[in-house]
Design a protein around this ligand. Structure first.
Ligand code: ATR
Length: 259
């Protein structure tokens, strides 16, 4: 039997095992997927388990998507560009790091045309380099990033010099606004910025559960809203394809696993 794992800290809320095990069963694959909370100094041990074929693959989540990189022997182009790895496996005896968040983000926006448009990203955490790269691949003209702590935006600008920094709380004309902060993970969380000027902007939240106040505000203004379920499910679909060489089904039943 093949073993898979998602590592992170915290990890108890991760729905990756539920989703992957559903697809594993659906496709009659002899495999099992678990979650494990680890400390940063345990990353090398987990990678060694892939080398030793005790694990066939791992997903990486917050906060290790960057810190795992020194332990890997090869990076996909997307992982290199974003300096972010969420999927690891062994190929030709080398430990490979890939990034399926970018593909997940792009697919989550498949019915929206962002060519020549402007996007404002709130937050500058681990997932944002994938969002920025995804935006440029979608033909977005202007990517603005605004974060409470400015130095983190500077790190992103070092990777993507075209990104424009916006002071926290300042408004900018944009077609899509993305909450990538952790504000909203707890039900009563609310961003301390005024969003009332974003009258025709699409509101997108990376958080998939619970429904955030950010999205509720977008909705109350009559705007289109997108929650993080699609990005989450499509990044998992891409990882599944890499590991099992099968593209698993995404349908209503699968989306409901995330509720
Ligand atoms: P990751 O591990 O994904 O990198 P993180 O670094 O904790 O996660 O990032 C969380 C994001 O949410 C950061 O952009 C953080 O802003 P700071 O860089 O200023 O810490 C943002 N964030 C968390 N709490 C916030 C709050 N109350 N208001 C605004 N932004 C917040």
């Amino acid at each position: 039997m093949k073993n898979f794992l998602v590592i992170g800290n915290p990890i108890q809320h991760s729905l990756s095992p539920k989703l992957h095990n559903f697809w594993i069963n659906q496709n009659n694959i002899d495999a099992h997927y678990e979650k494990k909370q680890i400390e940063e100094n345990e990353i090398s041990k987990v990678i060694q388990e892939i080398k030793d074929d005790k694990l066939s693959g791992i997903n990486i989540t917050v906060p290790y998507k960057k810190s795992v990189i020194p332990f890997l022997e090869k990076l996909s182009e997307t992982a290199k560009i974003t300096q972010s790895v969420n999927t690891v496996y062994k190929k030709d005896n080398k430990i490979v790091g890939d990034n399926t968040d970018v593909a997940g983000f792009i697919k989550s926006l498949e019915d929206i045309n962002l060519k020549g448009k402007s996007v404002l990203v709130l937050g500058a955490g681990g997932v944002v380099s994938s969002i920025i790269h995804g935006c440029y691949l979608l033909g977005v003209k202007n990517v603005f990033v605004s974060n409470r702590t400015q130095s983190k935006v500077d790190e992103l600008i070092a990777l993507f010099p075209e990104v424009k920094k916006i002071n926290w709380g300042d408004n900018v004309l944009c077609d899509l606004i993305i909450n990538s902060t952790s504000v909203g993970l707890k039900k009563d969380d609310k961003l301390n910025i005024d969003l009332s000027s974003y009258k025709t902007t699409i509101f997108y939240d990376v958080i998939y559960s619970p429904r955030t106040n950010f999205l509720a505000q977008g909705e109350s203004m009559g705007n289109k809203t997108i929650d993080g379920k699609k990005m989450f499910v499509y990044q998992a679909q891409e990882a599944f394809k890499i590991w099992h060489n099968i593209s698993p089904t995404v349908n209503q039943e699968v989306m409901e696993l995330l509720i």
